[in-house]
Design a protein around this ligand. Structure first.
Ligand code: SAH
Ligand code: SF4
Ligand code: F3S
Length: 481
């Protein structure tokens, strides 16, 4: 735990509630008063920009930050030249970190011109000691730093920041707390992410997530259901259940429950049209889940099933706990049971010790499984993970060669897969009006493919039938029928 702030020091605040949710609402009220003062000084409501790096978990966390900021009275804007800027960071690969450092330089320029400006950093990158040390040394202009485990304390931390001249740091090593019912402001009115679990216990040898997000914790099913019911009452038709490994949901609950059972409960919610989830670890994907998906009217025809590598030797070194054959058999079985399902994946190229033959094995899986889409990443060494200490790191040129080959194959296969629906009519949830093309909207099919078709604002949030007329690589141009 790294912190330079001690809540016990602040004895000036009377009657701080003991219950954590109430405590944070108390601080929201305190912050509101400060924002009223700030509004007078500035001549306008203070503006705030929240920039999100990384995955859907972080995107959901940012919605929680924005929910609190809006209640406090900030005007949320997209421009980083704001009175308050928050970077919600990611550290899964080094390029995510480098982006943050680069952009902090720009923020410092803004801050020099705006004496009221505050800068906060949070998210996964902040859970790394070396990052904090670097910020303390070279980025003194940052006002507030907190981590992934105490994001629920945001209102309280923000309140402390108003009077603090020094950089305030509050990083927890872990937590077993799940704080419910804090404000949240959705980016989309009609769809929402929902955390069903936090953390990860898998320790894939390349991955930093278990170190920065802590141990696996599942939310109580009744809390999840209640949140979804509220969302549906508020106009949400599609939800995405979020967890690093949703297939192991519920194992540590007082009354254990499987992910498939949770899905069956969620299916019953009236008014909810579509259910998505992310991410499924192949080693924990059960037959029960496949059967529930097959029967379901609401679970989308899309499964993200990260492969990472097709070589048994590399999979073992990665600690993925499945073999190439097991993975292919699983994918085939899923396709057999649910023929219209889209399978997508994540692939890492350049893991320590990976040879061109190993890359061939990965390509063999791509050919056999025929993914609808795949995210291909160059291995990034993350300090503190077992893979970072492996001696046989692969030279950059070799990695690049393998990466280009995998990417090319993935693109070819995915285009072929996506195009197989040409001429069919499918239902699409309209997500937005196209910015670049007037009179067009973008919809998402159940299988996650995008379709652009003529339409206006009034369609956003609606599920409509679309004829998939022309396939353009990874998306369709169609028309409403
Ligand atoms: N929990 C998810 C993945 C979260 S991270 C799962 O297990 O599938 C998202 C993806 O980032 C991973 O699937 C992996 O492909 C990639 N990734 C993680 N660590 C990485 C690293 N050190 N270098 C390159 N890619 C990495
Ligand atoms: Fe990382 Fe593996 Fe956990 Fe996914 S399952 S978050 S890749 S350790
Ligand atoms: Fe990145 Fe953290 Fe997600 S490291 S990928 S933002 S869990």
């Amino acid at each position: 735990m790294i912190k330079n702030f001690d809540p016990e020091k602040y004895v000036d605040l009377p009657q701080i509630p003991g219950d954590e949710t109430k405590r944070q609402y108390y601080f929201i009220e305190q912050c509101k008063k400060r924002v009223v003062e700030l509004t007078e000084t500035l001549g306008h409501a203070p503006t705030c920009c929240v920039t999100t790096f990384g995955c859907q978990m972080n995107a959901r966390d940012s919605e929680k930050l924005v929910g609190i900021l809006k209640q406090i009275g900030y005007e949320i804007i997209e421009d980083e030249n704001a009175d308050f800027v928050i970077y919600n960071t990611c550290t899964v690969r080094d390029n995510a970190n480098q982006k943050v450092y680069g952009r902090l330089g720009v923020l410092n320029g803004y801050k020099k011109k705006n004496p009221h400006m505050k800068i906060a950093l949070c998210g996964c990158m902040m859970q790394e000691q070396t990052v904090i040390e670097k910020l303390q040394k070279s980025y003194r202009f940052v006002d507030l730093i907190f981590g992934t485990h105490n994001i629920f304390k945001f209102a309280e931390l923000l309140y402390r920041t108003y009077d603090s001249k020094e950089m305030l740091i509050d990083i927890w090593k872990d937590t077993d707390q799940i704080v419910e019912d804090l404000p949240v402001e959705r980016k989309y009115s009609f769809k929402s992410g929902i955390n069903i679990m936090f953390g990860c216990n898998n320790f894939c040898s390349y991955c930093i997530v278990p170190y920065v997000r802590g141990r696996e914790r599942s939310r109580e099913p009744k809390e999840i259901i209640r949140e979804i019911e509220q969302l549906v009452a508020d106009g949400v038709v599609e939800i995405m259940l979020l967890g690093q490994n949703v297939n192991s949901y519920g194992k540590n609950l007082e009354n254990p429950m499987s992910f498939a059972q949770l899905l069956e409960e969620i299916e019953k919610i009236d008014g909810l049209e579509r259910i998505r989830f992310m991410t499924s670890h192949p080693k924990d994907l059960s037959e029960e889940l496949i059967q529930v998906m097959k029967r379901s009217k609401k679970i989308c025809r899309h499964l993200h099933l990260p492969l990472q590598s097709g070589s048994d030797r590399i999979l073992k070194a990665m600690n993925r706990r499945y073999t190439k054959e097991q993975y292919i058999a699983l994918a085939n079985h899923i396709r057999q049971e649910i023929p219209d399902i889209a399978i997508t994946t994540d692939i890492i190229v350049g893991f320590p010790g990976e040879t061109p033959e190993d890359v061939e094995e990965t390509m063999d899986v791509i050919r056999k499984v025929q993914y609808d889409n795949a995210f291909t990443f160059i291995y990034s060494k993350r300090t503190g993970t077992p893979a970072a200490a492996m001696e046989n790191q692969v030279p950059e040129e070799i990695v690049k060669e393998g990466f280009d080959k995998v990417l090319k194959l993935v693109q070819e296969t995915a285009q072929k897969r996506v195009s197989r629906y040409q001429g069919q009519v499918m239902s699409a949830l309209v997500e937005e009006v196209n910015e670049s093309e007037a009179g067009m909207v973008t919809g998402r099919l159940s299988n996650n493919t995008l379709v652009h078709f003529p339409g206006g604002d009034e369609l956003v949030g609606k599920i409509v039938n679309v004829s998939l007329d022309e396939c353009h690589g990874f998306y369709y141009i169609g028309r409403q029928v």
